[in-house]
Design a protein around this ligand. Structure first.
Ligand SMILES: [Zn+2]
Length: 306
């Protein structure tokens, strides 16, 4: 073999090997970065995970791109929240992708809210007035125990799609669950001194987190989920914050910090930067557990101050 042919062969090998390896992996699409982070925990190097929504994007109003259709068309597994979390943008993308593996109800189409008792399920959906939580509150991943539920559903789907690695997926699930349960004890201890404290949130994203840690996060800058704050509503919030001496307002990256600052300035409350998604704020890692570490630390510090 002459040298130039050898060089070409080597180049082909260099370019082909990673592609072949990638081809052996399960192709997973997650709608949001929290589901993506847990998919990576459970799937480790057996999966290739693509996340559609950016960590600083509002999950209710994600801008769909044509490239998302391509990703969905070639996916083996789809992980979404369900409970209408992605109703404004995911269904048309799935229609466009025409991927029979991801049809609603198929085992590789995971709706992580399935099997959970959602909070705030309305007796009658109130969408006419703009409420985007028509089937109950879809931000269930802010309770770490719901993340364990999600991890189990994801593990089941991976085993369905890739049975030869079933034991490895189960081991990853056990390791994630054990680490999270150990952390839960610490998180509970950190927030224990603040039990019963009331906190303002911009959007109603935190009732599961609040319920898990004995807090009240039931006063919002938005008059209804998805409806921007109005002066009349904000003045009511300001007076409640003053009367009850509420000390903390949590704001997520895509929400209007200026509005929160107006309320903070008029009441003396402090703003805590919260996020539902790994990558939404700078923290010690890009996993779900690191995210919860960040949230618990940030809130405990803010409540201590105020
Ligand atoms: Zn919402």
């Amino acid at each position: 073999m002459n040298q130039s042919i050898l060089k070409i062969c080597l180049l082909i090998c260099v370019f082909c090997l990673p592609a072949m390896a990638a081809d052996n992996k399960l192709r997973v699409v997650a709608t949001t970065p929290d589901f993506g982070a847990i998919a990576r925990e459970i799937g480790s190097n057996m999966v290739e995970v693509t996340v559609l929504a950016k960590p600083v994007e509002d999950v209710h109003f994600v801008s769909p791109k044509p490239s998302y259709i391509t990703k969905l068309a070639r996916a083996d597994v789809l992980i979404e929240g369900g409970a209408e979390l992605e109703i404004g943008w995911l269904p048309p993308l799935l229609d466009g992708a025409r991927n029979p593996k991801l049809t609603y109800g198929q085992p590789c189409h995971v709706a992580c809210s399935e099997g959970l008792a959602l909070l705030e399920v309305p007796s009658v959906a109130d969408r006419a007035q703009g409420d985007i939580h028509g089937k109950g509150n879809p931000h269930f991943m802010t309770d770490p125990l719901n993340a364990v539920h999600t991890a189990k559903l994801i593990c089941d789907a991976f085993i369905q799609a890739d049975g030869k690695n079933a034991d490895a997926y189960r081991n990853q699930l056990n390791s994630f669950t054990n680490r999270l349960n150990e952390k839960m004890v610490l998180w509970q201890k950190q927030l224990e001194p603040f039990k019963g404290r009331r906190i303002v949130a911009y959007h109603n994203s935190w009732p599961y987190f609040a319920a898990r840690f004995g807090l009240k996060m039931d006063i919002f800058l938005e008059p209804k989920p998805g409806i921007p704050p109005t002066p009349a509503h904000l003045s009511k919030v300001i007076s409640t914050v003053k009367v009850e001496k509420i000390g903390v307002i949590v704001v997520e990256p895509y929400q209007n910090r200026k509005t929160a600052k107006v309320v903070a300035d008029k009441t003396g409350a402090v703003i805590a930067d919260f996020t539902q998604y790994p990558g939404g704020v700078a923290c010690s890692g890009d996993g779900y557990i690191e995210l919860l570490d960040y949230l618990v630390n940030t809130l405990a510090e803010a409540l201590k101050k105020n």
